[in-house]
Design a protein. Sequence first.
Length: 117
Amino acid sequence: QVQLIESGGGLVQAGGSLRVSCVASGRTESLTLMGWFRQTPGKEREFVGSKLSGRLPTYSDSVKDRFTISRGRDGAKRTIDLQMNSLKSEDTAVYYCAAGSGSYFYWGQGIQVTVSS
């Protein structure tokens, strides 16, 4: 089993920056794929970005050039951070960390990011 815990969300003004982090614990050795999604009420969950082990990150067009994903290790744990710059009100959402081996099997509980205009 794998547990994903997000942290770092909150309220920020438009144009500002915020960093959300996710720590994966448990059986993490198989987590080749880690990524971020977001969701707003009434809409489907939207892909934000991801990073496959050994590859460069990929991003959705809506966040490309503003958001940066980085992955790391903390002992047996795996981490993925999402640095969000030049935030817009439309970036307001619940952000979810996801991970798996080639596909997203594990999901975090989500963390709220609110951008005020």
